[in-house]
Design a protein around this ligand. Structure first.
Ligand code: PLP
Length: 426
């Protein structure tokens, strides 16, 4: 089929993320992707500064990941996980337990980031039900967060101006703390620390868990906060019998310069959600890891099993490619790649600070953000970015990049200069 036919069918039948139907969005038709580059139907090449929504950390057509996938496809693409098990999933669970912050021993492998948040919350709710604290069934989070698009994650996304404000009144009613103040390198705000202690203490009786994105609030606004708040949350939740969930779906696997963002604070949550880069962006898979205390609590309940079991749980193809991706990370190249990218993003985005419409420029690890003082004109921005050979997807007032770790100096220079140009005109 030629491009015009395909795009007409796309507009008529295919729903895109946050898109209208019939579609009025001019999607670009991608034919191939290799390394950091997308090849469009018309032959144009774009550097993918988004890593395919923050997941393709090793780039596309990575030979190690391709081989792992082909090898696994030659053996078994999928089997049900109820009553059956297999080596790719077992190896993956063991590697995740070894990599994750100390103390997380059990792994639930599921389909997507949103589902891993559902599972994490279910683990916490079922834990309290099982140990006889049935009144502990609410969640608390801080404003400015994003945890996914299914109903429980939506209920803990930023309630104002966020993507899910439409659902207010329909979603479960959760508790919200103010957005964590300050930047990554700032001293923690003492008033905020006190507020955390007071509010969590006040609601502890009804609280099952607190869920936050550690260090980086991603799709809720690309903001970085001081790790000290995570240490405080850990202490306060422990003292008040509240469980702590870290959603590292965006930050996991090196993105912030540490394997997991929790390491900036040196704390282990009760439950850890992972996804996105878990399979190097090849296939859909996520995980919720928890402590033995949670598993033990659930096993003492009226229903002594975790009540969850998706059809494609622990898919062998996803597990095999995740093992290969973790193998590449184990070689350690990311430990120098991410600081190299951080330095390039800092240098390349610096000129944006001088622009009149720029409210802030911030960089942490392989994340670079230009925040404007007005909403980005998407059509103008996309034209400038793609015209400069770069694929990025700004949102609200943010032009940002989360490039693959294999991005080279020229790629990063192209990305940052396109971002600065877009910030000037969009
Ligand atoms: N949590 C965080 C922090 C995310 O950034 C995302 C996706 O952007 C999700 C959860 C949802 O993951 P998924 O899109 O795989 O359902």
């Amino acid at each position: 089929m030629d491009a015009a036919e395909l795009l007409a069918l796309d507009a008529e039948h295919v729903w895109h993320p946050y898109g209208p139907m019939p579609s009025t969005i001019d999607s670009l038709l991608v034919r191939e992707a290799s390394g950091v580059r997308l090849t469009l139907d018309d032959g144009r090449e774009l550097i993918d500064g988004m890593s395919s929504w923050w997941a393709a950390i090793h780039g596309y057509r990575n030979p190690v990941l391709d081989a792992a996938l082909a090898e696994q496809a030659g053996r078994m693409s999928h089997v049900m996980f109820g009553g059956l098990t297999h080596e790719p999933a077992i190896r993956l669970a063991k590697t995740l337990v070894d990599l994750a912050p100390e103390g997380l021993r059990h792994v639930f492998l599921c389909d997507s980031g949103s589902v891993s948040v559902e599972v994490a919350v279910k683990m916490c709710l079922q834990y309290w039900q099982s140990v006889g604290r049935k009144e502990k069934r609410r969640l608390m989070t801080w404003r400015g967060g994003y945890h996914g698009d299914t109903f429980t994650p939506m209920s803990v996304c930023d309630p104002e101006g966020g993507m899910h404000s439409l659902w207010r009144g329909i979603l479960p009613d959760q508790l919200f703390l103010p957005r964590p103040p300050g930047g990554f390198a700032d001293e923690p705000d003492q008033d905020y620390l006190e507020l955390l202690a007071t509010e969590i203490g006040r609601h502890a009786g009804e609280l099952a868990a607190i869920i936050v994105e550690p260090v980086v609030q991603g799709a809720g606004g690309m903001r970085f906060h001081p790790p000290a708040y995570l240490r405080a949350l850990h202490e306060i939740t422990e003292a008040n019998d509240v469980l702590l969930i870290f959603d590292e779906i965006a930050t996991g696997f090196g993105r912030t310069g540490r394997m997991f963002a929790a390491e900036h604070a040196g704390v282990t949550p009760d439950v850890l959600c992972l996804g996105k880069a878990l399979t190097g962006g090849y296939l859909t898979m996520a995980a919720a890891l928890c402590t033995p205390e949670i598993a033990d609590g659930i096993s003492r309940g009226e229903l002594p099993v975790l009540a969850h079991g998706p059809t494609f749980m622990a898919n062998p193809l996803s597990s095999a490619v995740a093992n290969a991706s973790l193998g590449i990370l184990a070689e350690g190249g990311w430990r120098s790649d991410v600081p190299r990218i951080e330095a390039a993003l800092k240098a390349g985005l610096e000129p944006a600070r001088e622009l009149p419409a720029v409210a802030d420029v911030r960089v942490l690890g392989a994340i670079g953000v230009i925040e404007l003082d007005h909403p980005v004109d998407m059509a103008v921005a996309t034209e400038i970015l793609t015209g400069n050979g770069v694929w990025l997807r700004p949102f609200r007032n943010l032009i940002y990049t989360m490039p693959p770790y294999i991005s080279e100096a020229d790629d990063l220079a192209a990305i940052t200069s396109a971002m600065v140009s877009a910030a000037q005109k969009a």
